[in-house]
Design a protein around this ligand. Structure first.
Ligand code: UD1
Length: 363
């Protein structure tokens, strides 16, 4: 493969493409067969705090094209991205389109590329939660059903793909590009501006992130979660960097949760600093459960299923769900420092991006 489109659209995509792009540059510096690429930002996330600051901090080059899709209903957003990418393919057609993760941009661009007879590679292919109420699960299934090559983060993801009838020769177990980025930036982490002002001490506070529609779109559900969390963390403060989706509903509740400090979406280097030094993390994100696994930080997930089972079987994550009694009991366990310890999943070693480019350069 000599030419690629690399698609990124929403916040968790940016950490995943950073290491792939770096690996392309490293390949081109030493190879007689350089890989040409075009970076396409779909514009699914567009706030500076949700997008641009990740490009700046992670040294990701400015996208060649921004499709400017923006927010909207699932169908509306998918349609905007598809129309934008189809137009972008009129200008230039790559040999291969690389999509990462499971956001709407991933699925939308995979469909457009495939219909334009361009081969598709799915980075993070094969993971499954089994929960069809989550848009991400549909995005994963659709993307995997039309992709040509699969770069997987775990062996179980490859097994899922084979169960779907994908030939083993199209599946490459390479590790985790999000963890490449995590490991590459350990020396650059920076203390958040509010850290000292909030009186935070290493291992003495919790970090919380919530943005899944099932947890945050209804005010009474979000209020119930925040109330139980506020009341069961003992002396530990809870730092809550809030996603814009969550903020809309949070503002409509209008309550103060005295133990919870709310801040806006954080930049990558400050957020990872905050997590690395925390006593534990409460989340409904998938990506963060991978990061806490590698950082060795206790993590509880307020969902009933995970597409990343190794964060539980190997790592520090526990699936707690959304029952208030279970959340309270798990929080008490976390703040009394009785959490399990974990280890690192296979091949989450910082080299997934270069393994991917090594494979692609030989296709
Ligand atoms: C998306 C992904 C989710 C991922 C998350 C990380 C899908 C289906 N979901 O969810 O898998 O975990 O990103 O953040 O692709 N908004 C802003 N500014 C922005 C972006 C969004 O204010 O820059 C607000 C808008 O009001 C928007 C809402 O957040 O309507 C939701 O954004 P959207 O991209 O639809 O989904 P996320 O919840 O961010």
């Amino acid at each position: 493969m000599k030419s690629l489109d690399i698609i990124a659209g929403a916040r968790p995509n940016f950490m995943k493409i950073a290491s792939i792009i770096e690996a392309i540059h490293a390949h081109n510096a030493s190879s007689e067969n350089p890989i040409e690429y075009r970076l396409i930002h779909t514009g699914q996330h567009y706030d500076k705090t949700m997008s641009e600051q990740f490009f700046d901090q992670l040294n990701i080059p400015k996208p060649h094209i921004n499709l400017g899709a923006g927010s909207g209903s699932q169908a509306n957003q998918t349609a905007q991205i598809m129309i934008g990418y189809e137009n972008a393919l009129q200008e230039w057609k790559p040999d291969l389109c690389i999509v990462v993760g499971d956001v709407t941009s991933t699925m939308a661009c995979a469909i457009v590329a495939k219909k334009a007879w361009i081969q598709v590679a799915h980075v993070e292919g094969g993971i499954r939660s089994g929960d069809m109420t989550m848009p991400e699960e549909i995005n994963r299934i659709v993307t995997d059903s039309i992709s040509d090559y699969f770069f997987t983060t775990t062996r179980s993801a490859g097994e899922n793909l084979q169960l779907q009838g994908i030939a083993p020769g199209r599946i490459y177990f390479v590790g985790n590009t999000m963890i490449d980025t995590l490991l590459a930036h350990q020396d650059r982490l920076r203390k958040p501006d509010f850290y000292d002002g909030q009186g935070l001490d290493k291992n003495a506070y919790l970090v919380m992130t919530l943005h899944r529609p099932s947890n945050v779109d209804q005010a009474d559900t979000l209020d119930k979660l925040l109330t139980v969390i506020n009341e069961n963390t003992g002396k530990a403060r809870v730092i809550f960097p809030m996603h814009p989706r969550t903020k809309k509903v949070f503002d409509s509740i209008g309550k103060v949760y005295t133990n919870v400090y709310v801040t806006g979406p954080m930049d990558y280097l400050a957020f990872i600093y905050l997590v690395k030094n925390a006593m534990g993390v409460v989340t409904d994100s998938g990506g963060i459960t991978e990061e806490t696994t590698i950082l060795g930080v206790p993590c509880m997930t307020l969902r009933d299923s995970t597409e990343r089972p190794e964060t539980v079987t190997v790592g520090t994550n526990e699936m707690v769900g959304t029952d208030e009694g279970l959340i309270a009991a798990s929080l008490r366990k976390m703040v009394s420092r009785n959490w399990k310890t974990g280890s690192n999943p296979e091949l989450w070693d910082g080299h997934a991006g270069s393994r991917i480019i090594d494979v692609i350069s030989k296709l």
